[in-house]
Design a binder for this molecule. Structure first.
Ligand code: NI
Length: 390
């Protein structure tokens, strides 16, 4: 029988909780994770590890365990950054930085990976492969921190990678994932609709960009309904609309902004192209013009089927019954873990942390977001089990 890592992780409970609460009280925005990185490095050094710091000039760091083992490396990743949100939980360990909050659970991710480091150090002799811990900055904001981790050697000799995200929609004790395309590719767009302004009482003397913008917004709805096949999936949302300054003035221009989510590179390309064609074509037909910019975001996150199965197997080895292992539907949110999975097979999974009884029921990125800390030991044990079974 493999050692019961979940029991061992639960014995680490007070340390896991202390790490998470310390990080929670001191959140740092994307690209500013200096104190978080210092804290992580100090904890790793206490374990006798020699972390490599400031990967590619960022706050990212990595640490290898069992580096003398033969064979390819298995990597475990945690992201470290917080969000520009003012915390309203009222917790005693709430953010001490006004306007900055760990509202996505990345504090928990760091604590879980530090816990896994403890477990793996303790079981170092049982490791069949070297393990690399990746503590990554800058996940919340494009262009993400993963490309810097990769450029800094984070995936050198890595053959498989595993990542966990805490989940506010799954009850604590459940694990969710999906093989194949799991999280969406993100593109954003901005459209400048240019007309000719003037007195609102004399529209015949003007080219009205407000009316043109309205037609563009309506016509963009045909991308999903008319340009995509039954089996394709996409979201095209116009989320910003700005223009005009007075009720008796037709403005010169109106700006639109929005987001595109897709799961397939072909659909991603097609959808962006149709936004451009429709905006320009509709504007032109009304005498206006449109400048369209498509801004690429994170690519689609694709889980390897074999690695996803191994992630569920790791959970089973910790005592998760099949009723606690959830095959999730594809998610419209983006994640820069996608970049690692473009380079190496791996799995990204969601670990439930919702618990109504503990007031942990608000969604990610909400000012009252909180997690059931019982998930911390499960996450630490899952990381360690995945690595030991590799
Ligand atoms: Ni997140």
């Amino acid at each position: 029988m493999p050692p019961n890592l979940l029991n061992e992780a639960q014995e680490l409970g007070p340390a896991l909780q202390a790490w998470r609460r310390r990080l929670h009280a001191h959140p740092e925005l994307s690209g500013q994770e200096a104190e978080t990185a210092r804290f992580v490095a100090a904890e790793l050094k206490k374990l006798g590890l020699s972390p490599v710091e400031r990967l590619n000039g960022t706050h990212g760091l990595l640490a290898d365990i069992g580096a003398d083992r033969p064979g390819a490396v298995v990597a475990l990743r945690a992201d470290m950054d917080a969000l520009p949100i003012h915390e309203e939980t009222g917790l005693e360990y709430a953010s001490r930085s006004p306007g900055v909050m760990h509202a996505c659970g990345h504090d928990a991710h760091v604590a879980m990976l530090l816990g896994a480091a403890q477990l793996l150090k303790r079981h170092e002799r049982e490791l069949k492969r070297p393990v690399r811990l990746l503590f990554q900055p800058h996940e919340e904001k494009y262009p993400g921190g993963a490309p810097d981790m990769i450029a800094g050697g984070g995936l050198r000799n890595v053959e498989r990678i595993f990542g966990i995200h805490i989940c506010s929609t799954l009850p604590v004790g459940q694990l969710g994932a999906r093989a194949g395309a799991f999280m969406a590719a993100v593109n954003t767009f901005s459209i400048r609709v240019i007309g000719r302004g003037g007195h609102a009482a004399m529209p015949d003397e003007c080219i009205d960009p407000v009316v043109a913008a309205a037609h563009i917004i309506a016509a963009l709805q045909t991308i999903v309904s008319r340009s995509l096949a039954l089996t394709d999936a996409a979201v095209v949302s116009v989320t910003q609309l700005a223009g005009g300054s007075a009720d008796n003035v037709i403005p010169n221009e109106v700006t639109l902004g929005g987001t595109i989510r897709t799961f397939d590179p072909r659909v991603r390309e097609l959808t962006g192209r149709r936004v451009q064609e429709i905006a320009q074509g509709v504007a032109h037909s009304l005498g206006a013009s449109a400048e369209v910019k498509i801004h690429p975001g994170y690519p689609v996150l694709v889980n390897d089927a074999e690695m996803t199965r191994r992630a569920f197997d790791a959970a089973r080895a910790l005592g998760f019954g099949d009723e606690r292992l959830i095959e999730m539907r594809p998610i419209g949110g983006g994640e820069d873990f996608a970049y690692y999975l473009e380079k190496t097979p791996g799995a990204f999974v969601f670990l439930g942390a919702k618990n109504d009884a503990k007031q942990c029921r608000y969604p990610h990125h909400h000012p009252r977001f909180d997690i059931d800390e019982d998930a911390l030991a499960m996450g630490a044990a899952l990381h360690a089990r995945f690595a030991l079974d590799a």
